[in-house]
Design a protein. Structure first.
Length: 251
């Protein structure tokens, strides 16, 4: 049975579950871009807001952190790279490598921003059906000329649907390799290669099976346009997100 991942949609009746997907789509894009110039105070304030919506949506923060531990490891390497490459007041020096105060601050801030964007995506994925994401993308792209909005929408929807599938396949491959004592391998490069190659193979095979399944059901782009059911609270969320994005520029 497939394991539930942070990117899997969960049924619920929270505020975010009932919110119009177009509103959520606009808010997540606006806030993600607004985080780029934000400073520490704004990021911590946004983190508290995310924590509130995590609890409201019924998500477990510890379980989510466990699922994205490899992403957190990547953030650690980004932090170290920033700390070692940015010039400033030196704290520690070893040969040609120097850790500076400015590097530590910048590394932590950049890593924290990536972490907040990831958590925002987790909340969005877990409270929004992939079919609703397809409908929202199609609605936003419909006025754009020369863009096949229905085809682009289904591609994005399938990409989101494949994320939990890929995570489950990676977990299965890792468990199978551990059962064969592959975890005794100390070389990290070989361990990554042995995980990535079979994962890519299984992902491409799953994509081929999906294409065959869609063709056997005579799938086409000419389908009935979706209907949206607003909850009535979209205006308040839009106003709050605009104010919050403006606040990021000041804090």
């Amino acid at each position: 049975m497939a394991q539930v991942t942070p990117f899997t949609y969960r049924q619920g009746k929270s505020i975010l579950h009932l919110l119009d997907v177009r509103c959520k789509f606009f808010i997540i894009c606006l806030l993600s871009m607004s985080l780029l110039p934000a400073h520490f105070l704004a990021c911590f304030f946004y983190g508290f807001i995310l924590f509130f919506f995590f609890k409201n949506a019924g998500l477990n923060i510890l379980s989510t952190l466990n699922h994205i531990k490899y992403f957190i490891l990547l953030l650690f390497f980004i932090f170290i790279a920033r700390a070692l490459t940015m010039k400033g007041d030196i704290i520690f020096s070893f040969y040609d490598l120097s850790i500076t105060v400015q590097g530590l601050n910048e590394g932590f801030l950049v890593s924290f921003k990536f972490f907040l964007v990831m958590l925002t995506g987790v909340i969005f994925s877990s409270t929004t059906k992939p079919s609703s994401v397809k409908s929202a993308v199609q609605w936003f792209l419909k006025p754009v000329p020369f863009v096949p909005e229905k085809r682009v929408a289904i591609m994005i929807s399938l990409a989101l649907s494949f994320m939990p599938v890929i995570l489950n396949q990676a977990r299965e491959i890792s468990e199978a390799q551990k059962a064969r004592c592959a975890d005794l391998q100390k070389n990290p490069v070989k361990k990554i290669i042995r995980l990535v190659l079979p994962l890519l193979k299984k992902t491409f095979l799953s994509a081929d099976y999906l294409v065959l399944a869609m063709e056997s059901r005579c799938y086409s782009d000419d389908r009935t346009d979706p209907e949206f059911i607003p909850s009535g609270k979209e205006f308040y969320f839009l106003a709050a997100s605009v104010l919050l994005s403006l606040g990021f520029a000041w804090l």
